[in-house]
Ligand binder design. Structure first.
Ligand code: ATP
Ligand code: MG
Length: 576
């Protein structure tokens, strides 16, 4: 198509279009949740390819999770079709892995280097640290050191042990890629020629090592677009640092800074409530976030339950009501979904929580009610119980041919044959957890291994499955759902505090940002629930409300005592 005629920027508002159409050079987009950051840069890449004649091969987009990478790939395909097929959409880790595979010799690795799994890392670390507990501590220390560039004395021993086994670990994928690019001028120049258009989404969560990687890929005048929101920075515990927003402006000084202010995701009350909640900790001066106005303005529903079981029951009853009253949603919002039946399906609903252990009560109750549920946990698959055992067994039996799914089953049988029956549940659980992925890999066992070791986080479950999504607040970033329940809005959970510890102001600010991320996932209905009593660490405790709730006035939130009776008539619209 001739320049400018594919209409790919038509789906953007004027501010977004200006950002997407920036000619060349570095660009920084800093904007709040739901303002279309991801949408804008996806359209920008399609625009470059379709209307500016940029070869797709020169486009590299970096995201943080594989799920985000998959979504961006799909969106790009929808916008630009096969013209976009040559573009690279990667996570920092998968980009690093590819670079190391292609240039293993230069990186001092053998062609067939592997990725260390958790069991192997643990074995090495136990050897260095002496006992299990110190090994776990050391693992966290080393990982942190490598994301932040700090010095850790035990690192040399650990790395030597890995290399002796012809292995690298997850952090190595970025660290070694950076070291390679920093030391090899020729390769760096080749990479810069290959990827002339670099985009990084969720920029607020880059750590020191990832920042160094961007510096290597993008010289001062590079076409580098960074997009993010400092108020959604939730990974400082892993070494991410919002200070890199300032660094960006120093290192790419010509970059225009673009703000987007219209939020297309959430209803007005949800948005106003979220802005109120973040205000005490906001990192963005004069944050403007306005509802674009085409969403129904339901007030935030706040509910206090007696205990965590009652909280889960409230969630289940509310879901039942939302599903049952098809008109409940569409009557006042005027929205009608794709198949013409207004209203809400299971896939539109998410339950978010701060800690994984909170998911059990919800999962039990929703399952008991017969609701389909898919749980996304932030843990990499390789950290799930039983997965290590299966992967070890798979390595032993890899000469036998069959589909990956079959081989996982055989490996499970082999493991079970040598284990007490009490372990059956754990192993079968692991088989189930691996099944989406195994299926997708066909008979490519290498790919299966790689994907698991690449730490598939949020990413293994199907975003379009007809099921309620259960996920941690961390795993929810970048996503959106018409209906969101944020459970456990209690002091000690949000902000999270471990018994016997006090939280610093910085910790609390990060927890508040996490609360903000959670609230801003909601499009039409947001429920903030808590329990008056809860069992934590084996003890039942009295709980007080999260301090983050305190600013939410009656203008944006309403207290909901009971959810309405099952299957309300269309006229019963209120949850009160
Ligand atoms: P987050 O900070 O949570 O990652 P974001 O800024 O990346 O949010 P997007 O996910 O890109 O926001 O967009 C939020 C929602 O608003 C999406 O459903 C998107 O399709 C929609 N949206 C964004 N811009 C527009 C627009 N100009 N017209 C219609 N819908 C839009
Ligand atoms: Mg986004």
């Amino acid at each position: 198509a001739p320049a400018g005629t594919s209409g790919v920027l038509d789906g953007l508002d004027p501010d977004q279009r200006r950002a997407a159409a920036v000619e060349s050079g570095p660009l920084l987009i800093v904007a709040g949740p739901g303002t279309g950051k991801t949408r804008t840069v996806t359209h920008r890449i399609a625009h470059l390819i379709l209307e500016r004649g940029v070869p797709a091969e020169e486009c590299l987009a970096i995201t943080f999770t594989r799920r985000a990478a998959e979504e961006m790939t799909e969106r790009l395909h929808a916008l630009a079709g096969t013209a976009a097929a040559g573009a690279t959409v990667a996570t920092f880790h998968s980009f690093g892995l590819q670079l190391l595979r292609d240039h293993h010799g230069k990186a001092g690795l053998a062609a067939d280097f592997g990725l260390a799994d958790a069991a192997c890392q643990h074995e090495i670390l136990t050897g260095i640290a002496g006992d299990e507990r110190s090994a776990r501590k050391l693992r966290t220390e080393l990982s942190h050191a490598r994301r932040t560039g700090e010095h850790a004395p035990a690192l040399a021993d650990y790395t030597a042990a890995l290399r002796e086994r012809n292995l690298v670990d997850f952090d190595d994928l970025v660290v070694l890629a950076v070291e390679l690019l920093e030391s090899d001028d020729e390769l760096r120049a080749a990479c810069r020629r290959r990827y002339r258009w670099v985009t990084v989404d969720e920029y607020q969560d880059v750590d020191d090592t990832q920042y160094r990687l961007l510096r290597q890929l993008a010289p001062e005048d590079a076409n580098l677009t960074a997009i993010g929101d400092p108020d959604q920075a939730i990974y400082s515990f892993r070494g991410a640092d919002v200070g890199f927003f300032l660094r960006f402006q120093q290192d790419w000084p010509q970059a225009p800074v673009v703000a987007l202010t219209r939020n297309y995701r959430s209803g007005k009350h949800i948005l106003d409530g979220a802005v109120t909640a973040i205000r005490p900790s906001t990192l963005v001066a004069d944050r403007a976030l306005l509802a674009a106005g085409d969403r129904a303005a339901h007030r935030i529903a706040v509910h206090e339950a007696a205990d965590e079981r009652a909280e889960a029951a409230f969630v289940a009853r509310s879901i039942d009501q939302l599903l049952g009253g098809a008109s409940f949603h569409s009557l006042d919002s005027g929205r009608v979904d794709g198949d013409g039946h207004g209203g809400i399906g299971f896939a539109d609903i998410a339950v978010l929580y701060r800690t994984d252990s909170q998911s059990h009560a919800v999962l039990d109750e929703l399952t008991r009610c017969g609701f389909p549920v898919q749980k996304r946990s932030h843990d990499p698959l390789s950290a799930r119980p039983g997965v290590d055992d299966l992967m070890r067994e798979l390595a032993l039996t890899s000469q036998r041919s069959g589909t990956v799914a079959q081989r996982v089953r055989w490996a499970a049988d082999a493991v079970l044959a040598t284990m007490p029956t009490a372990e059956e549940e754990r192993i079968n659980g692991a088989v189930e957890v691996l099944a989406p992925l195994a299926h997708r890999c066909g008979d490519d066992l290498d790919r299966f291994r790689r994907e698991i070791l690449l730490g598939a986080e949020v990413d293994t479950l199907d975003p379009r499955a007809d099921a309620v999504s259960l996920l941690t607040l961390h795993a929810a970033k970048g996503l959106e759902f018409p209906v969101v329940f944020l459970v456990g809005c209690e002091d000690g959970l949000l902000p999270l505090r471990w018994p016997g510890t006090t939280a610093s102001d910085d910790d609390i600010a990060e927890e508040r940002r996490l609360f903000f991320v959670g609230m801003t996932r909601a499009q039409d209905h947001l429920f903030l629930t808590r329990a008056a009593r809860r069992t934590r660490h084996g003890r039942e405790q009295d709980r007080t409300p999260s301090p983050f709730l305190s600013g939410l006035g009656a203008d944006v939130a309403e207290h909901v005592r009971h959810s309405a009776p099952r299957r309300p008539k269309a006229t019963q619209l209120s949850l009160l």
